[in-house]
Design a protein around this ligand. Structure first.
Ligand code: 7TS
Length: 416
C-alpha cells in the first residue's frame, strides 16, 4: 500500500508500489495485461478510496446534518471532515468556501446561473477560450441566450497555446467573468492562469478556473492563484464519480443566491417565504453524495501521501518519454505541442481514422480515448474531426508507453 511509500523527494518515485494500490490495473483485456491511458477521461481509484467508502457504508451511514443520533453525527463528521481536508489541500481560507457538487460541470453551471446570470444584460460579455471543454462553453451559452449577453473567445496558436497577448484586449467594463481551463483536456496545454487572473483583476473582472485536469497533475493553491472560483471533479483525481467541488471566494459566494432549492439549504420555510442556510450549505440542496465526499477526502489524502510535486516530476519524465517514443512512428501528427504541457498526448495517424486506432489498440489491451474529447472548437482549429489521446497518470510506467507504441505499429500494419 502506498501509505507506506516514502514522500522523500530525493528517492525515485516507486511506480510499481503505486500500481499495486490500484486493483483495476491488474487484469487482462483481450488476453493482454491492461494498459490504462485514459485517465483524463476518468482516473482509477486506489484501495484507500475503495476502503474509505466501504468503511463508511458498513459503519457510519445515515443522513447528514439532521439527526442527533450517533450514526447521523458520524456521517456528518465524515462528510464535513472531507470538506475540511479538501479546503486545506487547495489552501482555501475556510471550509465554507468548498461547495460539493456533482463534478466540474455542475460547479461551472452553478457559477453561470447563480453568479453570472443575475448580473448579465444584453450588453454584457463573458470571456472564455478556444481551448475549453464543452462544459466550460455550453453553460455560458445557456445564460447568454437567456440574457442577451455575448461570449468572447481568446484564440489559440498552432501549438495549442492561448494567444495570451490578445487577452487584455477582450476585457472591458462590460465583461462579467472570465472562465478558462487551467490545463487543457484535449491537448494537455498548461495555461498561464496566474497571468490571466492578474490581468483580469486589473480590470475588476473575476476569474473561474476549470481545474478538472489540473488537480491530478499539479499543486493547486487557490489563494496563490487568487482565482475567484475553481472547479474540479472527484473522478479525475482518483476519487469517486458523482462528486466534485466548487471553490469560491467567501465574499462572492455570500452574495450569490442559491441555485437549487430543497432540504439542507434552508433555515426556515413558510409558504410566504424561506430563508437560507449559510455557506456552504446554501448551495447543497438535498441529501448530498456523502460516501463520495468521504471517498474524495481519501483520494486527497492519498495524493498528499504521494506528494503532488513528486507526482508532477515523475509524470513530466513519462510525458517526455511518451512524446519521444511516439515521434518515431511514421505518419504520426501531434495535435497540441505547447511548450508547457501535462500528461496528455493527442495525435492522428496518417490515413487511419482515430476510432480505428482506438479499436485496434484496445484489442492489444491498451485503453486510449478517441474522439473530439468534448472540445470540438479545438478539433475545428486543427482541422481534424477527432484525435487519439493517450493520457497519463502517476500509475503509468514506461512499459505502458512501449505497449502503446507497439499497438500503434500493429494498427499501421492492419491498415497498411
Ligand atoms: N473540464 C475539463 C477540462 C475536463 O477535462 C472535463 C472532463 C470537464 C470539465 C467535465 O468534467 P465532468 O467530471 O463534470 O464531466 N473531461 C473529459 C475528457 O477529457 N474525456 O472525458 C471527459
Amino acid at each position: 500500500m502506498t501509505q507506506v511509500a516514502t514522500t522523500d523527494r530525493a528517492l525515485p518515485f516507486d511506480v510499481e508500489a503505486v500500481r499495486a494500490d490500484f486493483p483495476v490495473l491488474d487484469q487482462q483485456i483481450h488476453g493482454k495485461p491492461l494498459v490504462y491511458l485514459d485517465s483524463a477521461a476518468s482516473a482509477q481509484r486506489p484501495v484507500a478510496v475503495l476502503d474509505a467508502m466501504d468503511r463508511y457504508y458498513r459503519n457510519n451511514h445515515a443522513n447528514v446534518h439532521r439527526g442527533v443520533h450517533t450514526l447521523s453525527q458520524r456521517a456528518t463528521d465524515d462528510y464535513e471532515g472531507a470538506r475540511q481536508r479538501i479546503a486545506q489541500y487547495i489552501n482555501a481560507r475556510s471550509a465554507c468556501e468548498i461547495i460539493f457538487t456533482r463534478g466540474t460541470t455542475e460547479a461551472i453551471n452553478l457559477v453561470a446561473n447563480s453568479y453570472a446570470r443575475p448580473q448579465l444584460g444584453n450588453t454584457s460579455e463573458i470571456v472564455i477560450t478556444q481551448l475549453e471543454h464543452h462544459s466550460n462553453i455550453v453553460p455560458w451559452q445557456l445564460v447568454a441566450a437567456q440574457t442577451g449577453a455575448s461570449i468572447r473567445v481568446l484564440p489559440i496558436n498552432d501549438r495549442g497555446e492561448l494567444e495570451i497577448d490578445q487577452f487584455e484586449g477582450l476585457l472591458n467594463d462590460r465583461t462579467c467573468i472570465v472562465a478558462v481551463n487551467h490545463i487543457s483536456n484535449a491537448l494537455g496545454t498548461i495555461n498561464p492562469v496566474n497571468d490571466i487572473v492578474r490581468i483580469a483583476h486589473q480590470h475588476g473582472v473575476p476569474v473561474l478556473l476549470d481545474g478538472a485536469q489540473a488537480m491530478p497533475h499539479t499543486a493547486v493553491d487557490v489563494q496563490a492563484l487568487d482565482c475567484d472560483f475553481f472547479a474540479f471533479s472527484g473522478h479525475k483525481v482518483f476519487g469517486p464519480t458523482g462528486i466534485g467541488v466548487l471553490y469560491g471566494k467567501e465574499n462572492l459566494l455570500e452574495q450569490m443566491p442559491p441555485w437549487q432549492g430543497g432540504g439542507e439549504m434552508i433555515l426556515s420555510v413558510t409558504f410566504e417565504n424561506s430563508t437560507y442556510a449559510g455557506l456552504p450549505h446554501k448551495f447543497e440542496a438535498g441529501t448530498p453524495a456523502i460516501a463520495e465526499a468521504v471517498g474524495l477526502g481519501a483520494a486527497i489524502d492519498y495524493i498528499v501521501a504521494l506528494d503532488i510535486e513528486r507526482i508532477a516530476a515523475y509524470e513530466q519524465q513519462l510525458l517526455d518519454y511518451a512524446t519521444e517514443r511516439l515521434a518515431t512512428i511514421d505518419g504520426i501528427r501531434f495535435i497540441g505541442t505547447a511548450r508547457e504541457k501535462a500528461s496528455v498526448v493527442s495525435f492522428t495517424l496518417e490515413g487511419i481514422h482515430p476510432h480505428d486506432i482506438g479499436t485496434i489498440v484496445d484489442s492489444e489491451g491498451v485503453a486510449i480515448r478517441t474522439g473530439h474529447h468534448c472540445a470540438m472548437p479545438v478539433m475545428d482549429f486543427f482541422g481534424v474531426p477527432a484525435t487519439a489521446r493517450a493520457s497519463l497518470a502517476f500509475y503509468n510506467n514506461r512499459d505502458d508507453i512501449d505497449r502503446l507504441v507497439d499497438a500503434l505499429h500493429k494498427t499501421k500494419q492492419v491498415f497498411g
